[in-house]
Design a protein around this ligand. Structure first.
Ligand code: FAD
Ligand code: NAG
Ligand code: NAG
Ligand code: NAG
Ligand code: NAG
Ligand code: NAG
Ligand code: NAG
Length: 532
């Protein structure tokens, strides 16, 4: 009998199961469920589903019991929907919400979805912006609020973190041990989306991105089998999970490498008016190019147009991993006249909360991304074009337009080569890379088309300019991309390899067809964008 029992597998040496065939052609979902302790025949509503192709409703509550399942009309269901950051994600109405306690529950959800063909989505911090990215309209939305353990290994080198954790919880927990991990810069972001998509951190120049610092993943595969993917077991799956998004499995535990981190570090913002923009652009470029000189430093510049005053502002966010007030690498930035300066020594968690305050929940939101070679003219161009397009939509109710400029530095790209490299398809030879995350917040659905068009305009003009200047880099960063952008398609040499990993671990395309939200292996989440 082919019982894909997780128990059996965990007793076998990795070499025995890591053969060419992970899921046999005659894989039997009903039997796999039985191995998880779920007898489909004993659940009346489910019994007939294996034969029927479409589901009238997800009968999953019968398996999990009421405590782990919320359905429409329950207040806990509403609370789950309200938890999403953007209102577009709140527009998706799942048939039910499942709150697993453990990886086996997640495995059962995947198998029930296969049996019933009911689509599903999983949510960690809920900060992906577009509808359906982490919630399944009419399907099953899995949330991890009951999976929030953070456990340190005895030698304190690895923090085992379940997917319900936000970076604030993670940093505050590890701070007690004078440790940190490479993770998000905003407190309310989840570990799940940020890490599987890449993960830019304050510590990226020293250690690489979040995905580069995952020692191993506990992951639920398409056949419900739970494996530990690391550089030495299921290494191809491990590679794919580092930047390949939700296409290969659901991660139920992130085993992150820790590093020593004192109680305080340096961080904060210096804000500039337009008279300081040329100097700010110089400082941005110089720090981006020279980051190897002191990889403890981190930066980004966000530009925004204030709707009430019409004033253009550039905000330089500066961090330094140690509690050093005037690190010499920031001297150029320091010399630029700022109308406000919040830089100080404080905790990592504090700085992430400051950024959370400027990204409140409950608005319409979109983000878009593009990359090029780092070049002063390109940065200047982004300033000019962004302000021009912002001005065209500045009358939109509740508008907060922004473009955040970053550098994927050579040290970051070098760190990405660790552990066999990640899936992003970029290398030190491409660097430094200029990366933008264009983001807009607004109030009303009625303004969606105008806002989307303005964002699309910036991206289109950016690509055209990069081409004109011979500065092209096609990389699209998943965590900053819109639903109209083909992220995986931008991964260059990684694309075919990712598809072959999926073919092996998910031959029936469960994570493509039954979990359709977010960035899939074949094209953008929404094809044929009306905004060109
Ligand atoms: C205010 C704000 C600040 C940000 N700051 C940063 C930053 O500093 N650095 C950076 O790199 N990015 C940043 N981002 C982008 C951010 O990384 C992405 O939006 C990311 O997807 C959010 O992760 P989440 O877990 O909160 O999102 P979710 O919406 O919960 O998930 C996003 C996607 O990841 C998938 N996913 C979630 N958990 C799992 C899991 N356990 N296994 C498999 N797939 C999973 C979901 O299915 C979904 O498709 C920021 C975004 C916002 C809105
Ligand atoms: C799967 O297994 C069940 C239980 O053993 C059996 O009744 C069913 O016919 C099998 N289905 C297929 C498609 O083989
Ligand atoms: C599953 O449930 C059916 C119906 O209750 C029962 O006949 C069958 O023996 C059960 N199978 C197992 C393996 O427990
Ligand atoms: C800066 O903005 C002000 C209005 O806020 C404008 O009058 C001035 O011309 C701008 N200066 C530059 C250098 O762009
Ligand atoms: C840091 O530099 C600022 C000026 O940029 C100065 O006012 C301050 O005293 C310096 N602090 C330290 C600790 O050197
Ligand atoms: C982030 O900000 C929101 C307000 O928009 C707040 O409700 C939430 O508690 C904050 N989260 C964290 C982890 O700081
Ligand atoms: C863009 O990046 C900055 C820095 O990570 C972050 O503060 C901002 O929230 C991001 N916006 C989006 C929508 O990802």
């Amino acid at each position: 009998m082919r019982i894909p029992s997780t128990v059996l597998l965990s007793l076998m040496p990795a070499g025995i199961v890591a053969q060419d065939v992970f899921e046999p052609a005659d894989f039997n979902v009903t039997e796999a469920l039985l191995a998880n302790g779920v007898n489909v025949s004993a659940v009346p509503d489910l019994a007939g589903l294996a034969e029927r192709s479409l589901l009238s409703g997800c009968s999953i509550a019968l398996i999990f019991g009421d405590a782990k399942v919320e359905t429409q009309g329950e207040s806990a269901y509403d609370a789950t929907i309200d938890y999403f950051w953007s209102t577009q994600q709140r527009d998706a109405k799942p048939y039910c919400v499942i709150k697993p306690d453990q990886a086996t529950d997640v495995s059962t959800v995947v198998l029930v979805s296969r049996l019933t063909q009911c689509p599903f989505a999983v949510r960690s911090g809920g900060h992906a912006a577009f509808k359906g990215a982490s919630s399944a309209d009419g399907g099953i939305t899995v949330t991890f609020e009951n999976m929030r353990d953070i456990t340190l290994s005895t030698d304190k080198k690895i923090a085992a973190i379940q997917p319900g954790n936000l970076w604030y919880d993670i940093y505050t927990n590890l701070q007690q041990h004078n440790l940190a991990v490479v993770g998000g810069r905003v407190s309310a972001i989840g570990i799940g989306g940020l890490t599987t998509g890449g993960g830019i951190s304050y510590f990226a120049n020293q250690h690489g991105w979040a995905c580069d610092n995952v020692a191993s993943f506990e992951v639920v595969t398409a056949s419900g089998i739970i494996v530990n993917a690391s550089p030495t077991s299921y290494s191809e799956l491990y590679w794919a999970l580092r930047g390949g998004g939700n296409n290969f499995g659901i991660v139920t535990k992130f085993n992150l490498e820790t590093f020593a981190h004192g109680p305080q570090m340096f961080g904060g913002q210096r804000r500039f008016f337009n008279t300081s923009f040329p100097a700010a652009i110089d400082a941005f470029i110089n720090l981006g190019v020279n980051s190897a000189g002191d990889p403890k430093a981190a930066q980004f510049i966000a530009i925004t147009l204030n709707a009430a005053s019409g004033i253009k502002v550039a905000i330089a966010e500066l961090e330094y991993a140690d509690p050093v007030l005037n690190a010499s690498i920031f001297l150029e930035y320091r010399a630029i006249p700022a109308f406000s300066d919040t830089t100080q020594l404080n905790t990592l968690a504090y700085f992430t909360q400051q950024l959370n305050n400027s990204n409140p929940k409950g608005y319409r939101e979109t983000f878009w991304t593009a990359s090029s070679k780092l070049d002063r003219e390109m940065v200047q161009f982004v300033f000019d074009v962004s302000f021009e397009e912002f001005a065209n939509i500045i009358d939109v109710q509740g508008i907060v337009p922004a473009n955040t400029l970053q550098v994927i530095t050579i040290p970051q790209l070098e760190q990405m080569q660790k552990k066999g490299g990640n899936a992003l398809g970029i290398s030190p030879a491409d660097g430094p890379i200029f990366l933008i995350n264009l983001s807009t917040r607004w109030d009303l659905v009625a303004d969606d088309a105008r806002v989307m068009q303005a964002n699309a305009n910036v991206i289109r003009r950016f690509h055209k300019e990069a081409k004109r200047r011979n500065m092209v880099n096609d990389y699209l960063y998943m965590n900053y991309a819109s639903q109209y952008q083909d992220v995986i398609g931008s991964y260059g040499g990684s694309v075919e390899r990712l598809k072959s990993v999926a073919k092996k671990y998910d031959p029936t395309e469960v994570y493509q067809r039954l979990q359709p939200g977010y960035f899939k292996l074949h094209g953008a989440p929404v094809e044929n964008s009306p905004y060109v």
